[in-house]
Ligand binder design. Structure first.
Ligand code: BTN
Length: 262
């Protein structure tokens, strides 16, 4: 069955060495991130992948919800138990963004864009989102849950999302086999997680910036009531955004919502 995400359907298609060797599938979950956090507490192994066909309480960044209807899209979370310091959480989310961009680009008629801190956009609309949640132990990471939602075959979107969201099928004008997309994405995710482990964050950040075509342009970043406006210079070694503000000062932005300036 082409659209099947069960363990029996996916395991034979995986070409990864460690990511998804423990592959779990549920027809319905509140949130794959929340459920995998519980499984992490019960000792689930590094590289565990948990996929749901549908989420009833899918979560996005900043307390937002993630629209997760059945049968159409991909919702999954990965458990990482790296031997990294606390500062590694941001590079992990950047590595996930690069992996998504590289895996999905060949399926699209044009090039996707990575928007800081980590949305994958196609023609200005959101194709995929990443939610990384780290469990800390002092100055080190106990484990990380990397949750990914990819809009695959959904179209049309509900009216409230129509101007904001895109899907592979909207962009490419055909439907996709979710299992094939998942296998492609997991291969690139493993590659970039291995790169972080082996070479640190610099190659990930360089590759990420290549998909961030808004760098060099005028942007605004809002964080609660605070707003920084200026020219996006790029990311620093930790993945924070550098903006040259209207007074010519370089500001390091740790988090916020990015929009085009004018
Ligand atoms: C965002 O862009 O706001 C992040 C969206 C992340 C959504 C995924 S879907 C699978 C995983 N489980 C969740 O509850 N959220 C993430």
């Amino acid at each position: 069955m082409p659209n099947d995400l069960t363990r029996e359907a996916i395991r034979p298609r995986l070409t990864t060495r460690w990511l998804g060797q423990n592959y779990l599938y549920e027809r319905e979950l509140g949130s794959t991130n929340s459920r995998l956090e519980e499984l992490a507490g019960q000792g689930a192994e590094h590289g565990t992948v948990l996929v749901a066909d549908r989420q009833t309480e899918g979560r996005g960044r900043g307390q937002r919800s993630w629209h997760s209807p059945p049968g159409l899209n991909l919702y999954f979370s990965m458990l990482l138990r790296p031997d990294w310091p606390v500062g590694a959480a941001r590079p992990v989310s950047l590595a996930a963004g690069v992996a998504l961009a590289e895996a999905l680009e060949p399926l699209l008629p044009g090039t996707p864009v990575l928007k800081w801190p980590n949305d994958l956009l196609y023609e200005g609309r959101k194709l995929a989102g990443i939610l990384v949640e780290a469990s800390l132990h002092g100055e080190s990471i106990r484990h990380m849950i990397v949750g990914i939602g990819i809009n695959v075959n959904e179209q049309p979107f509900p009216e409230s999302l129509a101007d904001l969201a895109s899907s592979l099928s909207l962009a490419a004008g055909r439907t996709f086999d979710r299992g094939e997309v998942l296998a492609l994405v997991l291969t690139r995710l493993e590659h970039w997680f291995d790169s972080l482990d082996r070479d640190g964050a610099a190659p990930t950040i360089a590759r990420w910036q290549a998909y961030a075509t808004w760098i060099g342009q005028s942007v605004s970043v809002r964080n609660g009531d605070a707003e920084v406006r200026g020219t996006a210079i790029g990311l620093d070694a930790r993945g924070s955004l550098i903006v040259r503000d209207e007074q010519g000062r370089q500001q390091t932005v740790l988090s916020g919502d990015l929009a085009r300036g004018d």
